[in-house]
Each structure stands twice: as C-alpha cells, then as structure tokens.
Design a protein around this ligand. Structure first.
Ligand code: SER
Length: 316
C-alpha cells in the first residue's frame, strides 16, 4: 500500500484529492499537508494532518520520514493572478518549494506527482489543438515557474531516477473548495452567482476560449497517471489533458438551460484577460491517451447539471 503525503491539501484540488486518495489507499496512509490553514470537517477527521510548508525542506523531510512516505502529491502552488501580483512569492513557492520536494523525494526514494498547467504555454504557442511538445514561451511568472517545474521534474527522473509524473491541468471547476486567485476562476464563480443572484459579471471577455475540466476528471487523472505502467511512458511530466473548451457565453448558455433568466455581464480585468489570451484554447491530449489511457467523463452540459445540483443543495 502506498504511503502518501499531499502538500496543499487544503486547496481547491487538494481538499478533494486527499479524500479520494484516502478512499483508495486507506485513511491513515494519506497525510494531508497544509501550510497555514488547518482543515476542518471530514478532511481533518478522516486521517492525519500535518503543517508542511514546502519552502521548508527540513519539515518536508521530517514528515516524509515520520510517516515513511513513498509518494508525494505536490499540490502547493501559487496560481496565475496571485503570481502576477506577488512574483517573488510565486517563485519561492512554485520553484523553491518544488525543488525541496524533489530533493526530499530523491533522498527518500519517493514518487512525485506535480501538476503543470495550461499556463506553461504562451502567446507564441499554437492556440488550437496545442501539441504535447511545442513552443513554450509564457510571459507570466506563473508560466515561467510551470515550465521550469516541468523541466526540473524531467531532470530529476533522468538524472536521479526519481519517479516524477504529472499533467498539465486546464482550469479546474469544482464545488467543494474555491480556487485561490487563478485566471480560470470565473468558471467556478459563475455557478455560485447563478444560484445566488441569477446573474454574473465576468472578468474575461466573451470569445475567450480556454481549456477547462470538471474536478472528478482532474482527480482521476492524478490517480491514473501515478498508477500507470512506467514502461509505457514516453513522456513523464506535463501531459496535456483536455475535456472541454468554452468561452463565457457558452458556459452562460449552458446555465440558462437550467436557469432561463440567468444573465451575464462583463467587466474586464486587463491583467487576467492578458493572461487568458496567452493560453491555449484547447490542448491535444493524444499522448496522455496513448501512454496511460487518459479518458474523461464530463462535458460542459454534464458538468453544468452536476454543479448546479450540488451547489443548489450546498447554498440553501
Ligand atoms: N487555473 C489556473 C489559473 O488560472 C491555471 O492553471 O491560474
């Protein structure tokens, strides 16, 4: 049985991935690691929690040894909009934090899952059907850290044999924990506002297409790639994975099928608009399908139905 540490377990992906990993591998075999915020409810009650700041390598090492960890899901990271506001913090967490995790993994023979992102691409990347291997010249601090992170993970595999694996996540839509300061956050907020106020003011303009994914598919990707037969992996890190691509109008239309009076308005945030404009519209994920059998379940219509159902109950 794996012994897993999840960094960033209180975050948008971490809060749900930790619970799924506990279901799959046993509650006590999955340590939830968080930086400042102690979780509450089922995340705290269902298994061990430890404060782990990924910029503190001694602390990561201490926890890995204490629980005999063999697999680290390293989710602690600063998202794109916050990274533009605090580039120094983004560098420290996204680069130095990852370096610390990889070093501890090398010393303790752990496998490492690290998410990369659509943010690892930039304005000169082909925007449609973005290939697995292509131009990566991002012009955001988030993108710089994601490209460097992809390369660092590949390096640790090639040079030291650390079992590093990862995917490039699109914008992730979920209903458990809110994302913290990303460019794709509008696609989460819109559902909350649709239920609460039947209207939403969007910070990206209509026609801004981005790759998006519903949380259950994102979680499945994280589990499946770590379970994949390594002999089939030609790439190891940064697999493009893709399920749907839409602009704000399309998500508004899909909400209107359930809430006909829903209205969308626009107040553009120039920083996030520029970031979004530099990212792919939709990625080619055929390498992930070929090398580890990536597949997904949710398209826009199915996701909207589920989001509205879950959030209607939650926000009552
Ligand atoms: N969802 C992330 C962001 O918007 C992209 O990986 O920053």
């Amino acid at each position: 049985m794996k012994k897993i540490l999840v960094t960033g377990s209180v975050g948008q992906i971490g809060s749900e991935l930790t619970m799924l990993l506990r279901e799959l591998y046993g509650n006590n075999n999955v340590v939830a690691g968080g930086n400042r915020t102690k979780p509450t409810g089922k995340l705290l009650d269902s298994g061990p929690f430890e404060f782990v700041d990924c910029t503190d390598s001694d602390r990561i090492s201490e926890i890995v040894k204490k629980y005999k960890i063999d697999t680290i899901y390293h989710l602690a990271a600063i998202l794109s909009a916050v990274a533009e506001a605090k580039p120094n913090l983004a560098w420290n967490v996204n680069i130095n934090g990852l370096y610390n995790v990889l070093e501890v993994a090398r010393e303790n023979k752990c496998a490492v899952f690290t998410p990369s992102s659509i943010g690892a691409f930039g304005p000169t990347t082909p925007a449609d059907n973005t290939p697995q291997d292509t131009i990566q010249r991002p012009n955001t601090m988030y993108g710089v850290t994601k490209v460097a992170g992809e390369l660092l993970c590949d390096y640790y595999y090639k040079r030291f044999g650390v079992d590093t694996r990862g995917v490039r996540y699109p914008g992730i839509i979920s209903n458990e924990t809110l994302p913290g300061g990303g460019t794709t956050d509008y696609a989460v907020d819109i559902y909350y506002e649709a239920i609460k106020h039947k209207k939403y003011t969007c910070f990206l303009k209509e026609g801004t297409f981005l790759d998006m994914m519903y949380m259950p598919d994102a979680l499945k990707a994280a589990v499946d790639i770590m379970e994949a037969d390594p002999s089939k992996l030609i790439h190891r890190n940064a697999f493009n994975i893709s399920t749907m691509s839409f602009d704000p109008e399309m998500i508004a239309d899909s909400i209107r099928k359930h809430i006909p009076e829903f209205k969308i308005a626009y107040k553009i945030d120039p920083v996030r608009q520029e970031i979004a404009d530099s990212w792919p519209n939709n990625m080619d994920d055929s390498a992930a399908t070929a090398e580890w059998g990536w597949s997904y379940e949710y398209d826009l219509a199915k996701m909207t139905e589920d989001m509205l159902m879950v959030l209607t109950k939650k926000l009552k």
